[in-house]
Design a protein. Structure first.
Length: 250
């Protein structure tokens, strides 16, 4: 798989690139490339953003700057690029990343990720260049770099060659092997710690029993998380002035 990440901060990915599963995926032939919007801006002084029409706080990442970076990398009009490869804009309002989307993206031979900054992209980037918007959750981060790392990590650890044990990515939370349920609990030595015992079945050596127990645990966790997930957030849950939150600086 070939992934290109468009960002103003390619250096933010240095730690990510150094992780063993990412190094292993790259050594196995997968590719992770970076394009800095600033290296291709047609504006003077390395300008990439501008004030929002209509006024308001913050700066907006310019559409001509994003176009120039995409053209420099792919040598074509970015309005047609999305017909032949997925161009994902990281956006808090997008489709929320989950296991089915990760699996879908893992099947793509190429991916382009666009990281926003400041107040985000000029809307025309999202309308005309991106094939889709992906969010890592309903909260706002300062930039698309962490979301891009989250997406890449979830996708790349599934690629052949990334993990030491290929089976690790097969049977884990939300995988088909566990019928989409959360993973069962794990334990390791010591078998008793402060009086807390590892479930007897795991010490039994009876693999068929262990398998049944693990599936039961997964299903029970799914039933439990369905109950928790059923509660939609109240507007008051999102109020930063609620008890415990800091007052804004005046
Ligand atoms: N003004 C935007 C809003 O209210 O939705 C927030 C912009 S945010 C400060 C800057 C950039 O960070 C976004 O353009 C996006 O690329 C990225 N970003 C922030 N939160 C994100 C999330 N939850 N998922 C994906 N990307 C996110």
């Amino acid at each position: 798989m070939e992934i290109d990440i468009f960002t103003l901060f390619p250096e933010a990915f240095e730690w990510f690139r150094s992780q063993r599963h990412i190094r292993s995926a790259l050594a196995a032939g997968h590719r992770l490339g970076f394009v800095n919007y600033r290296d291709h801006t047609p504006l003077s002084g390395g300008q990439v953003d501008d004030t929002p029409y209509g006024g308001g706080a913050g700066m907006v990442l310019r559409v001509d700057v994003v176009e120039a970076a995409l053209r420099a990398r792919y040598g074509e009009d970015p309005t047609t690029l999305r017909d032949r490869r997925r161009v994902v804009a990281l956006d808090a309002r997008g489709r929320v990343l989950d296991e089915p989307l990760v699996v879908e993206l893992t099947r793509e031979p190429t991916l382009t990720l666009l990281c926003g900054r400041y107040e985000g992209f000029d809307e025309r980037v999202l309308e005309h260049f991106a094939s889709e918007r992906v969010s890592i959750g309903r909260y706002v981060l300062s930039g698309g770099e962490l979301p891009a790392m989250v997406l890449c990590d979830a996708v790349m650890r599934k690629l052949p060659g990334a993990l030491g044990h290929e089976d690790s990515a097969l049977e884990e939370s939300f995988s088909a092997a566990l019928e989409g349920a959360p993973e069962y609990p794990h334990y390791t030595r010591p078998a008793v710690y402060r009086g807390w015992r590892v479930p007897e079945v795991l010490l039994s050596g009876d693999h068929a029993r262990i398998r049944r127990w693990r599936l039961e645990q997964s299903r029970a966790r799914r039933a439990q998380s369905a109950t928790i997930g059923a509660r939609a957030p109240e507007p008051s849950d999102c109020n930063p002035r609620a008890a415990g939150a800091q007052r804004p600086l005046s």
